[in-house]
Design a binder for this molecule. Structure first.
Ligand code: FAD
Length: 484
């Protein structure tokens, strides 16, 4: 019987996995493999929270493969040597995988494909993670898109109608001669137990992704357009880590929601589905930008903001931001949610990013790095695009003069303060008017509540108005200088 290799990467699922499907369709025996090679993703190897997720996702994938009669071979890199050795050991001449779009992994894949081709081993790539391949969409003038709305219009016109492909029903047992590392040997879990919050919050794996998608469709979808901006509600899908690790494809997500909305036709379900699919469109846009402008992981797309005079003397502000001790409750709540759960609400991500890049005037790259290490959904395309969006230096970015006021945002999107109270228990007794700006709480009220602002919770580390004006002056001068 012919043997082929299926190389799993960011596609840790069995259903709608085009590479796995193509391998099985050929009737060959399939050897599924995952290769841990963080150095090949440099300078963006997976951060600590992502490694935690990866560990649990691999465990789940292995269990699913075993249920079908197969299993997962775990190895360490270098990928090219490992694949060469595995191919020789099982007599495979073909390696099936789904494409990666991160710049380092694209280069790695190209080099590996030609090195293995020289030895008669063929690498066959499929699209397992995007609705549209980035090179297939071009503006009328033949350039990549830099603005979301026309990009999304083009995507909608290009609808492929392709349906998800099924998971295999059975797999042949692995060749006994092939040895696998144990999952523990990949050393993905933290040595210090900082992860209980992640355990409380998440279940990794394909089955958990499907369950979350179903629960979202049944309980939240109809309210998504209104609720998605309210951090106190579970108003968004929380599918981001599942999508990042490919436990769910965007095609599966979009189709399941569309079918749900059609089965129980209700205007709210249709509206919710359209809104959610549009967010998947932002994900597509982020991959499009990453593919065509690979330098944007580290440099701004808008060259006017290269060599920007970021503050070099703001270490204490950066530390306070990371630890959720800036004295601005919505910023601190977000940063503590991130630390505890590995995730942060989208609206709050925008607020904390604006605070770091505008009020603290700390380089967006430093914020992106912290997110990279702490988010379970850390995704090079989405993270780079969104940090630049907030800063005002990226594709279709918010104008540089949009500076979120954390107090106004907090009042507007968490009016009852439920989100603030959850993540800042020391402020829980404060009545709403003061909760959003605790430093204004009269001393008598503080005494009555047994709370001292400045002791139990920090005073603001900076003045919002003053730092806003300074940021505007610096940003404006950059834009003017570039225009002159
Ligand atoms: C500064 C900053 C950094 C971010 N970093 C990341 C990141 O590393 N990884 C990541 O997946 N998202 C990132 N986002 C985008 C967004 O915050 C998350 O995708 C979203 O909060 C995930 O929650 P959800 O799955 O409930 O989203 P939903 O609202 O349910 O959206 C469904 C899916 O659409 C996609 N999506 C939603 N919003 C965006 C967006 N603005 N850009 C791109 N895709 C989007 C995600 O895949 C998401 O899972 C970032 C946003 C900001 C402002």
């Amino acid at each position: 019987m012919e043997t082929v290799i299926v190389w799993f990467r960011n596609d840790l699922r069995l259903a709608d996995n085009p590479a796995l499907h193509a391998a099985v369709a050929g009737g060959a025996r399939v050897v599924p493999v995952y290769i841990h090679a963080p150095e090949e993703a440099a300078p963006w190897p997976a951060g600590a929270a992502s490694r935690w997720w990866l560990h649990h996702s691999l465990a789940s994938l292995n269990a699913s493969l075993q249920t079908l009669g197969g299993g997962l071979i775990l190895r360490r890199g270098p990928s090219v040597d490992t694949l060469r050795e595995l191919a020789a050991a099982c007599g495979a001449r073909q390696i099936y995988c789904n494409r990666c779009y991160e710049p380092a992994l694209r280069s790695r894949d190209q080099a590996l494909q030609s090195a293995l081709a020289d030895e008669g081993i063929e690498c066959l790539f499929s699209n397992g993670s995007l609705l549209h391949e980035p090179w297939k969409l071009k503006t009328k003038s033949g350039n990549p898109y830099r603005v979301f709305t026309p990009f999304w219009r083009a995507c909608q016109q290009q609808r492929t109608g392709a349906m998800p492909v099924p998971a295999p029903e059975t797999l042949a047992p692995l060749p006994p001669a092939l040895v696998s590392l144990s999952l523990a040997e990949l050393d993905l879990l933290p040595s210090i137990a900082w992860d209980p919050g992640l355990h409380e919050t998440w279940r990794a794996g394909e089955a958990a992704a499907q369950a979350r998608l179903r629960a979202f469709a049944e309980t939240t979808l109809a309210h998504y357009p209104e609720w998605r901006d309210l951090p106190d509600k579970t108003g968004s899908s929380r599918l981001s880590p599942h999508l990042h690790f490919g436990e769910l494809s965007p095609r599966q997500a979009a189709l399941t929601l569309q079918q749900h909305a059609q089965a129980e036709p209700a205007p709210n379900l249709i509206r919710g589905t359209e809104a959610l699919v549009r967010e998947l469109g932002w994900r597509e846009f982020a991959y499009h930008v990453l593919y065509h402008y690979p330098h944007t992981t580290d440099e701004p797309l808008d060259a006017r903001f290269a060599k920007f005079p970021w503050r070099e003397d703001a270490d204490s502000w950066r530390r306070a931001w990371r630890r959720g001790r800036t004295g601005y409750p919505i910023v601190d709540a977000g940063m503590r949610e991130l630390w505890h759960t590995g995730w942060m609400h989208n609206r709050v991500r925008m607020i904390v990013a604006s605070f770091l890049t505008k009020n603290c005037r700390i380089a967006w790259q430093q914020g992106a790095r912290w997110f990279w290490d702490t988010l379970v959904d850390a995704d090079l395309a989405n993270n780079s695009l969104n940090w630049q969006w907030v800063t005002g230096c990226g594709a279709d970015a918010a104008p540089y003069f949009r500076i979120f006021n954390p107090v106004t945002q907090s009042r507007k999107f968490d009016p009852q303060g439920g989100y603030l109270r959850r993540w800042l228990p020391e402020l829980a007794p404060l009545p709403a008017p003061w909760l959003h700006e605790p430093w204004t709480t009269p001393p008598a009220v503080q005494r009555a509540l047994g709370l001292e602002i400045g002791v139990d919770y920090p005073l603001p580390i900076l003045d919002l108005k003053q730092t806003r004006e300074q940021a505007l002056a610096v940003f404006r001068s950059r834009v003017r200088r570039a225009g002159s």
